[in-house]
Design a protein around this ligand. Structure first.
Ligand code: TYD
Length: 210
């Protein structure tokens, strides 16, 4: 009972090289003749990209944590309905840079709010990836990469080492919580090596191993 397409997500703290690995993966799959769609969150549709602008580029608006959580989900619902679900139905491999695991890590507020987060996910998103690659990096190294990237640093990327280390721990808990779906990838190595591991892992899943 294989669903037509496959949803593969890449996740992890900021500065792991996730976005460039997502690009490399989609290119490698495309080279092998797969029908691939590369997309990202927040974003992937006109509506969701507008929400991305709102959340990430408007530093003068003080979104409360709860409204931020809902904005990420509004973007995700739009993205899933308009792009991801139709692509999967058409048999496409969707490679998505970040997905619900980012919300679980970045927008976790309290056990009660986390239960609401999971209910929104279960009833409104109604989709988990087939495979999630969690890129793991030492928080100090990841922060260094963010600083040297030359792009504007968003408020999610700001914060002290402690905040980044807490998020790295939260991603490790995601790995433990969803062992069937999530695979850890050591991102503190040569990017070629990381890309090779990611591709091998994806090809193994696509090869129909259980
Ligand atoms: P990302 O696109 O990975 O950043 P960049 O383009 O700078 O590499 O993600 C943007 C930020 O949004 C990132 O710092 C994490 C944050 N984020 C959340 O807080 N919750 C979410 O659900 C998602 C998808 C992203």
């Amino acid at each position: 009972m294989m669903s037509a397409g496959t949803l593969i997500t890449l996740d992890g703290i900021d500065g792991t090289g996730k976005s460039s690995q997502a690009k490399r993966l989609s290119r490698s799959l495309d080279d092998r003749g797969y029908d691939v769609l590369l997309t990202r969150e927040p974003g992937g549709t006109r509506g969701a990209e507008s929400i991305r602008e709102l959340i990430l580029s408007t530093n003068d608006i003080d979104w409360s944590p709860a409204s931020e959580l809902l904005l990420f989900f509004a973007a995700r619902c739009n993205h899933v309905e308009q792009v991801i679900r139709p692509a999967l139905a058409a048999g496409t491999i969707v490679v998505c840079d970040r997905f619900t695991d980012s919300t679980r890590v970045y927008q976790s507020l309290s056990p009660e709010a986390d239960a609401v987060l999971e209910a929104i996910n279960a009833h409104l998103v109604r989709m988990e990836p087939d495979l999630t690659l969690i890129l793991r990096s030492a928080p100090e190294l990841a922060q260094e990469r963010v600083r040297h990237r030359g792009a504007v640093i968003t408020r999610f990327e700001k914060g002290d080492a402690h905040r980044h280390a807490k998020r790295a721990d939260a991603f490790d808990r995601i790995l433990a919580r969803f062992p069937e779906r999530c695979v850890a990838i050591d991102a503190d190595r040569d990017p070629e090596c990381v890309a090779g591991d990611i591709l091998a892992c994806v090809l193994e899943r696509l090869g129909g191993g259980s």
